[in-house]
Each structure stands twice: as structure tokens, then as C-alpha cells.
Design a protein around this ligand. Structure first.
Ligand code: ADP
Ligand code: ASP
Ligand code: MG
Length: 453
């Protein structure tokens, strides 16, 4: 295990988008002598292209068009390093494999094949940034994270086997960190016990960095992205959003869970287990500062942030037999569990139960709503499914203990039709389900009333 202070720096897609972005990221990483392990995402846009190629819906011409786009993105970087020929050979080999796999997907797609295809994004970006490190005189080494990031076989949304990851990291990765160099590896991708490639779900590189941080007992985890820290809401949606200097783990985890894309929802779990502080900053403008996420903060405002999560599906299950009967909820949840479908929000009435499901985090992007599951539910209740909904969440502290907090939030969205409200289960959030096309406006209204002066 490392006997120095270890910082793990993760650079997201825009931070490795092209040669210029990679150069800034190399400088950011080199400016902290504790940064010995660098985790990178695929270059911006690459995973989306690979997901399209994996969808099985591409004609041969379309496959060639997308491969050309991938070539152009990576060529721009390869052409500027000292080892252009080696890099181009490496990129071409990967593109040839992607082409073969995309043709296979066109015959029959699967989540396992999708994971194999998308993994090439991180494999290529990590190879190229090693050369950018070397160009600037740093001794960087490429490491295949699949050697240590072991997961179950749930392709597209695999779960890490934390104890195995820790033991593999001790054996294969920690010894490399003792040397005077920077190890560069991939986020998002992993492997199961048979050596097949898996992925942690979209945006999973943050989670990789945190899992490696936990396994290697890092002293800090730095998430370098395209905004200078975590804001009171997505600054791209609400221009009045303000940066937050420090957040508790709990506040940040609630924000990530309710859609603040800046952190993958599971990122804080390993950090909390080890008490590792997480820093979020901009790789392009590191001087602007960022956000520290840690166990405790000096302030605990009732309203900390608002977040938006799109792609929600509402399922209302009604049965007159529910009145006075016991076991209905257990039966419903049993069916969801059987189909491995996790439920987000729940609300019940005398004769019905409403639940929301998230349609989106699987790598393939294909909705997980299973028709057989719905049919099984239909055998004992009436089932109504509604799509195109968004969850707007208020995140804060002691919200259900402070009189008037709920009223303030309700006042802010009095002009919106709310399909479902969740309040009370947690002291730290208050959620509203609204139509997708009204969601940004509802988010803006909540931000204005609760977080602007
Ligand atoms: P990366 O590729 O670096 O992982 P992401 O696109 O996944 O970057 O996350 C960064 C983006 O998260 C920002 O560009 C911003 O639009 C969005 N975002 C959502 N909520 C927030 C928030 N509360 N604060 C800052 N950024 C947010
Ligand atoms: N490249 C992956 C994605 O686009 C993982 C990540 O960026 O965190 O989802
Ligand atoms: Mg991300």
C-alpha cells in the first residue's frame, strides 16, 4: 500500500476531449505531487457514438460514418504527440475491432456486447493521454483497470465486488504507485470473474475513481470536470446557480441521486466508507476553485440545492382488494424484485400504489421496463404506465423538522401540475414529479424562491 498521501484524479469526457483539454488535464494532475493515479473517461461524445454502434440499428454505411467520426476525434490527439505512428496503429486496431463488433450487434445486440464495444472509448483515451503526459516530460504508465475492477455479470450496470477489488488493487496496482510515476487507467469499465468486460453504467468513471480510492486508501479523490465545482443546481439549466464551497457527503449523495449529473449517484458510497474527502473542480479553470465534499461542513442550510432527473416512468397499480387487506405491497414489491427493477419513489392510497422507475442509467440506454413484469402485475391489479416525467428535488437539511420549509417549496411551484410528491421519508429531500416539458421551468422556480436572495 502506498506510504505517501495518494490523490486519485478523475478526468471526465470534456477534460480529455481533445489535445488542448488533455494538456490542461496533464497540467492539473502534475500540479499536485500526490496525484499518482489518473482515471479517465472516453473523449467527449465517444461513448454516445459507441452506444449507437452497439444498438444493432446501424446499417453498414452508418457504421462506417460513425467509425470515421471516432477516427477523427482520436486522430486530432494522436497527430500531436511524439509517437503518432504508434498511436495511429493502436487506434486503427481498436476501430477495426469496434467495426467487427458493431456488425455482430447489427445481427443480434446484447448488453454484454454493448459493454465490449463501449469499453474501447476509455481504452483509447487512456492510451493517448499517457502520450500527452510523456510529451510534457512525465513518466506515465498505462494500466488496464479490468485487472482490478471486478464486478458481477450485470452487463450495462454492473456492481463492484468491493473486497475482491481491494485485494486485486493491493496485488496489481499498489506496487506500481510506489514508483516515481503517474499511473493512468480507465473509468467506467470493469470485468467479471470470467474476464468478460462489464461497465458501471453511464457516467460511471466517477464511481471507478472512488472505488479505487477506497481500495488504495487514498487521502483525496479529485473529480475534474467542465464546471468549477458543484452548484446549487445545474448551471447550464439555471444561469443563476451558485457554486458551493463545501457539501456534506449526504448532501452530495442526495444531489447525485436526484440527477446532479456532475457526480455518478454511487460515487460517494466508497468515499463515505473510508471517510475520503472528494474535491470537484474544473480542469480547464482550476484557478476558479471548487467544492469539497466531506463528512461535515460548517453550515447546514435548510435548502442547499435543487436537482432534476429526467426519464422517469410512473406506474400506478390499483386494486379494490387492497382496502383493509394485507400483503398487497409485499406482492407488488416481490414482482419488481424478481425482475431486478429498482424503485425510486413510492406513494400509497387506500386502493392504489404509485411508484417511479428511472428509465436511464444502463449503458445501453434501453429502457429497463419489462413487459413480462407488467403482465405479471396485471394478473392481480390494474396497471397504468406514464412516461415523459421528471423528478425535481429540493435537497437540504432537517427539512421535515423546520416549520414552514414544505410550504415555501409548495408556494414556489404552485403554478405547476405535480403528479406525485415525496416528503417525510428523508429529512434531506422533498421531491416533485412533473411533466418533462415543465421540469426546467419548475426547477428554475424552486431555485429562485429557495436559493436566490
Ligand atoms: P464529466 O464528463 O466531466 O463527467 P458530466 O457532464 O458528467 O462531466 O458532469 C458535469 C456536468 O454536470 C456539468 O457540465 C453540468 O451541466 C452538470 N450538472 C448537473 N448538476 C450540476 C450541479 N449541481 N452543479 C454543477 N454541475 C452540474
Ligand atoms: N464514458 C462513460 C460515459 O460517457 C463514462 C463516464 O464518462 O463517466 O458514460
Ligand atoms: Mg460524468
Amino acid at each position: 500500500m502506498a506510504n505517501f498521501q495518494l490523490d486519485i484524479a478523475k478526468f471526465g469526457g470534456t477534460s480529455v476531449a481533445d489535445f488542448k483539454a488533455m494538456t490542461s488535464s496533464v497540467q492539473v494532475s502534475a500540479s499536485n505531487p500526490n496525484t499518482r493515479l489518473v482515471v479517465v473517461s472516453a473523449c467527449a461524445g465517444v461513448t454516445n457514438i459507441l452506444v449507437e454502434l452497439a444498438s444493432g440499428a446501424c446499417s453498414r454505411d452508418k457504421i462506417e460514418e460513425l467509425i470515421k467520426k471516432l477516427y477523427d476525434i482520436h486522430y486530432e490527439i494522436a497527430s500531436k504527440v511524439a509517437t503518432t505512428d504508434i498511436c495511429l496503429k493502436f487506434i486503427k486496431e481498436h476501430l477495426n475491432e469496434i467495426r467487427d463488433l458493431a456488425n455482430e450487434a447489427a445481427m443480434e445486440r446484447s448488453d454484454a456486447l454493448t459493454d465490449r464495444i463501449v469499453s474501447h472509448g476509455e481504452l483509447m483515451s487512456s492510451f493517448l493521454i499517457v502520450e500527452v503526459f510523456k510529451l510534457h516530460g512525465y513518466n506515465a504508465k498505462w494500466f488496464d483497470v479490468r485487472q482490478v475492477m471486478r464486478t458481477d455479470s450485470c452487463f450495462g450496470h454492473a456492481q463492484p465486488l468491493v473486497e475482491v477489488v481491494e485485494s486485486l488493487c493491493k496485488t496489481h496496482l499498489a506496487p506500481l504507485l510506489q514508483e516515481d510515476n503517474i499511473v493512468v487507467t480507465q473509468g467506467f469499465i470493469a470485468s467479471n470473474s470470467e474476464g468478460m468486460t462489464t461497465t458501471l453504467g453511464r457516467g460511471g468513471s466517477d464511481y471507478t475513481a472512488a472505488l479505487l480510492g477506497e481500495a488504495l486508501a487514498a487521502s483525496t479523490i479529485s473529480i475534474w470536470t467542465d464546471v468549477p465545482g458543484v452548484y446549487t443546481t445545474d448551471p447550464r439549466l439555471v444561469p443563476h446557480a451558485k457554486p458551493i464551497d463545501e457539501l456534506t457527503y449526504l448532501e452530495a449523495a442526495e444531489m447525485a441521486t436526484f440527477g446532479a449529473k456532475i457526480l455518478h449517484p454511487s460515487t460517494l458510497i466508497p468515499a463515505v466508507r473510508r471517510g475520503i474527502p472528494v474535491y470537484v473542480g474544473s480542469s480547464k479553470e482550476p484557478e476558479k476553485g471548487g467544492t469539497w465534499v466531506k463528512p461535515e461542513t460548517t453550515s447546514h442550510p435548510a435548502f442547499r440545492a435543487v436537482a432534476l432527473r429526467k426519464n422517469q416512468t410512473l406506474i400506478v397499480l390499483a386494486s379494490p382488494k387492497m382496502v383493509g387487506a394485507s400483503g398487497f405491497l409485499a406482492k407488488v414489491f416481490g414482482v419488481f424484485a424478481k425482475y431486478n427493477q429498482s424503485i425510486d419513489l413510492v406513494s400509497t392510497s387506500e386502493v392504489s400504489i404509485a411508484v417511479t422507475l428511472d428509465a436511464g442509467s444502463n449503458t445501453s440506454g434501453i429502457s429497463q421496463l419489462n413487459e413480462s413484469m407488467l403482465n405479471e402485475l396485471r394478473q392481480f391489479c390494474h396497471v397504468k404506465v406514464e412516461h415523459n416525467l421528471s423528478l425535481v428535488a429540493v435537497i437540504g437539511n432537517e427539512m421535515s423538522n423546520i416549520p414552514g420549509t414544505a410550504t415555501k417549496a409548495f408556494d414556489a411551484i404552485e403554478d405547476y401540475a405535480v403528479r406525485m410528491i415525496c416528503y417525510g421519508a428523508s429529512n434531506h429531500n422533498l421531491c416533485f414529479l412533473v411533466d418533462e416539458d415543465k421540469a426546467v421551468s419548475a426547477l428554475t422556480a424552486l431555485h429562485k424562491h429557495l436559493l436566490e436572495d
